[in-house]
Design a protein around this ligand. Structure first.
Ligand SMILES: Cc1cc2nc3c(=O)[nH]c(=O)nc-3n(C[C@H](O)[C@H](O)[C@H](O)COP(=O)(O)OP(=O)(O)OC[C@H]3O[C@@H](n4cnc5c(N)ncnc54)[C@H](O)[C@@H]3O)c2cc1C
Length: 425
């Protein structure tokens, strides 16, 4: 095994939705930055996870998240040869369907190209295995196939989605009694849906569930939608795995096995039982089950439902968090609702990104410190990206000033992100 050591200013654990933006911001602000990413590319859930629908870049009133996230989005649209959607003319942003779709291969490649250009050291296929504070530095051990790396850094940003770094360090984490489900995504193509009638197909589906050919959760929203809805929507299924705990390898493996067994049952059912689908093909499946929530930080402040619903005007806000509350439950399926007034613009306070009682470490993404319901609103991709940019800025400023990130003012963080295109908050 190769043993390698590297010294940087800022190390980012997880180059996912929040992490890749954090890395770009820190590096572009002039500090030496490394990313340790267990997967194969930047973007995490947004790219390799197949959830390529960031929301929200805009609210009813105008832009709410821009900066590096918007830059990558618009660059990838340009390469695709597609226009940037005119948000003033699209369906009202209050509707949950207000997504900005990205092309996964192009976006992942652009993000990587920009990271390399900015001088970010990218380490794919490595996971953070240990973290220690030694004097005023972190020593992060990561393991990959044939590699053991020791990275020394002044600041660390936990963007793992599961609070891996916080859990290694024994810092506080929140875990809901009933977390939102994990999801396994795949797509069955060549469904000739024009031959299918809703009632008939629903009867076939119900019969299959009754005789055990299918299980109820194999179709993602059995309590909310007719089965035909699935067929009508291009055969894309995100089957919900309610007891998935993808925060460690065992749980992730179990969720993947469950997801793929469901996928296979569905494919066999669709091709053998639904008229018109005999030649349907299964070509696309995403590599792993995704998590909505596992462990999130106990921060210096925990954002409450009321904060989110009434858009508390935090003194230390660092980015906007415009989104609907997106709660999934076994009983209801998907329970989505908006802020009390659509004119409100919730924000994320810096304290919710500083683990309680810590120094020189911040978090970004779906491990933001928030109560369950508030969290279901804040975890949207554009907000995760904006948190990433803010914490990349905080880490860079801390390194330059020779202090801990927690001692940087929210005003200075926002000012730096605005220099890099972000929306002032
Ligand atoms: C099924 C589903 C549908 C969703 N739909 C939408 C939607 O339509 N629109 C929207 O805006 N949001 C949506 N969301 C929410 C949003 O996608 C997530 O909240 C967000 O992407 C989380 O970003 P993140 O950076 O925190 O985590 P991730 O993007 O998951 O990134 C975490 C990264 O850390 C890496 N990692 C983990 N542990 C380690 C380790 N120990 N060492 C190194 N690397 C590690 C992972 O490989 C990953 O790349 C959805 C979420 C799910 C699960």
């Amino acid at each position: 095994m190769k043993c390698i050591s590297e010294t940087v200013d800022v190390v980012i654990a997880g180059g996912g939705t929040a992490g890749h933006i954090a890395a770009l911001q820190a590096a572009r602000a002039g500090v030496k930055t490394a990313v340790i990413e267990a997967g194969t590319m930047l973007g995490g859930t947004t790219t390799s996870g197949g959830v390529n629908m960031p929301n929200h870049f805009f609210s009813t009133h105008g832009p709410v998240v821009q900066g590096i996230a918007w830059e990558l989005y618009t660059k990838s649209k340009k390469i695709e040869g597609l226009p940037i959607p005119d948000y003033r003319k699209r369906r009202p942003v209050e509707t949950p369907g207000y997504y900005s779709y990205i092309n996964i291969p192009i976006y992942a490649a652009i993000a990587e190209e920009e990271a390399v250009k900015a001088g970010v050291n990218l380490h794919y296929h490595e996971f953070v295995a240990d973290v220690k504070a030694v004097g005023n530095q972190w020593e992060v051990t990561s393991l990959g196939r044939g590699i053991k790396r020791l990275t020394r850094a002044r600041e660390i940003i936990d963007c793992t989605g599961d609070s891996d770094v916080l859990r290694i360090l024994g810092l506080g984490v929140l875990h809901s009694k009933v977390p939102q489900p994990g999801t396994y995504q795949y797509k069955i193509e060549n469904i000739e849906h024009e031959q299918i009638w809703e009632k008939e197909v629903q009867a076939l589906y119900e019969e299959a569930v009754q005789n055990g050919t299918l299980k109820k959760g194999d179709f993602a929203y059995p309590n909310m939608l007719p089965f035909k809805n699935y067929l009508d929507h291009g055969g894309h299924n995100g089957t919900h795995i309610y007891d998935a705990d993808t925060s460690d390898a065992d749980g992730q493996t179990r969720a993947n096995l469950e997801g793929r067994a469901r996928m296979l049952r569905m494919f066999k059912f669709v091709t053998s039982s639904i008229p018109g689908c005999e030649r349907a093909v299964l070509k696309t499946m995403y590599p792993h089950a995704l998590a909505r929530e596992t462990y999130r930080a106990v921060g210096e402040y925990i954002v409450t439902k009321q904060d989110f619903m009434q858009a508390t005007d935090f003194e230390d806000k660092v980015c906007n968090a415009f989104n609907y509350i997106d709660l999934h439950s076994k009983e209801k399926g998907c329970d989505v609702y908006f802020h009390e007034s659509r004119d409100m613009l919730p924000t994320v306070p810096f304290r919710a990104l500083i683990p309680k009682g810590s120094s020189r470490i911040t978090v970004a993404g779906r491990i933001v410190s928030a109560e369950r319901v508030a969290f279901a609103g804040i975890r949207a991709q554009c907000t995760c990206m904006a948190m990433g940019q803010a914490m990349g800025a905080a880490a860079a400023l801390a390194v330059k000033k020779g202090v801990s990130s927690r001692d940087i003012s929210a005003g200075d963080i926002v000012a730096l992100t605005v220099e890099h295109g972000a929306v002032p908050v």
